[in-house]
Write a protein that binds this ligand. Structure first.
Ligand code: TYM
Length: 337
């Protein structure tokens, strides 16, 4: 039977704990798409090598991430959950795409540019430079139609589309050109203390970031200390430029309550910032405690988590092979069967 559902692919690096930014920017949308799309949700462990200091804990982080995917509603009977390094075709396609990408394209990537500007380029590993091509391999391998991601991945997705179009032009069409799905609100959750900067799991100041598994005390404190502004009289409305702190908190509340920003602005009208923060902190604690309970349930069953990943990798490999075989044939590699 031919599966006619559009294909959807997304991934998260298992480098440390997942953040509220990861959840709001992308993972929260995943479970809703499982019925209408053929979904592949990957744990990008090869990508994690670019930033890990101590790789000993990678195996634990991978299991944590699978458990969190499940806790966030990803159903292995509906979606393929798999670990990137278990599907060797990602690396095979990566090499091929390396040979169809230009130095100058990678130099333009903001993440790499920031290393260059910080003068840390000499200590930067090559993976940081080339990982957008591995991302292209991840996505193109499955003939992906849609890629739900946060705003920080927009530039990478543009590169993926360029590579796909280039390859298609030379070889007369082989890849589906993927479309990024980036939502208007919540696609860039900002740091709590520096709301002009993206919330990130690698932030040195942990008070900038809410982790999905943070304790209740920690969440209450982090929200309480979040930066707002000094507008007098204090007013709660969405304006990213003028009120980046408040807008970020509104984005978070909107994502976890499923209420529109305009509706929240009305509900919160006339409130003090401290009252707003209080509502947000309690709502967030309740919301995350459900994810955490479910996470703990799955995380205690390592055998099941491994089974999910094992089954997922078998399904992913079959699909990946279909694309890779077509490419090998287009490239005129010699096949002996
Ligand atoms: P990673 O692990 O940095 O982030 C995973 C997803 O979370 C989103 N995200 C955010 N969204 C909103 N606000 C934030 N503060 C925030 N922080 C992170 C990211 O946009 C992303 O969607 N290279 C990728 C992983 C990857 C991938 C792929 C993604 C590998 N292959 C193929 C999509 C398709 C990464 O490092 O994401």
């Amino acid at each position: 039977m031919i599966d006619s559902k559009p294909i959807l692919f997304s991934a998260v690096q298992p480098s440390g704990q997942l953040t509220l930014g990861n959840y709001i920017g992308t993972i929260r949308h995943w479970s809703k798409m499982q019925d209408d799309y053929e979904c592949l949700y990957c744990i990008a462990d090869l990508h994690a090598l670019t930033t890990l200091n101590n790789q000993t804990f990678l195996n634990e982080s991978i299991l944590d991430t699978i458990a969190l995917y499940l806790a966030c509603g990803i159903d292995p009977n509906k979606s393929i959950i798999f670990i990137q390094s278990h599907v060797v075709q990602h690396c095979q396609l990566n090499w091929i795409l390396n040979c169809f990408s230009n130095f100058s394209e990678l130099f333009r990537m903001t993440q790499f540019k920031s290393k260059k500007n910080n003068n840390t380029i000499n200590q930067t590993n090559l993976g940081i430079f080339t990982y957008p091509i591995l991302m292209a391999a991840d996505i193109l391998l499955y003939q992906t139609n849609f890629v739900p991601v946060g705003k920080d991945q927009k530039q990478h997705l543009e590169l993926v589309r360029d590579i796909a179009n280039r390859f298609n032009f030379i070889y007369n069409g082989i890849f589906t050109v993927p479309v990024p799905l980036i939502h208007k609100y919540g696609s860039k959750i900002m740091s709590l203390l520096e709301p002009k900067k993206k919330m990130s799991k690698s932030d040195k100041n942990q008070n900038n970031t809410i982790f999905l598994l943070d304790t209740e005390e920690s969440i209450l404190l982090k929200i309480k200390n979040a930066i707002t502004d000094s507008e007098k009289p204090a007013k709660i409305y969405y304006d990213i430029e003028k009120k980046s702190g408040i807008s970020n908190l509104l984005d978070i509340l909107s994502a976890i309550t499923n209420k529109k920003i305009s509706c929240l602005e009305k509900e919160l009208e006339g409130m003090r910032y401290s009252e707003f923060k209080n509502i947000l902190a309690i709502t967030l604690c309740n919301f995350l405690s459900k994810i955490k309970d479910s996470y703990l349930y799955y995380r205690n069953n390592t055998v099941y988590l491994k089974e999910v990943a094992y089954n997922g990798s078998i399904q992913a490999r079959l699909k990946a092979d279909l694309t890779l075989n077509k490419i090998y044939s287009k490239l005129k590699f010699l096949t002996i069967s």
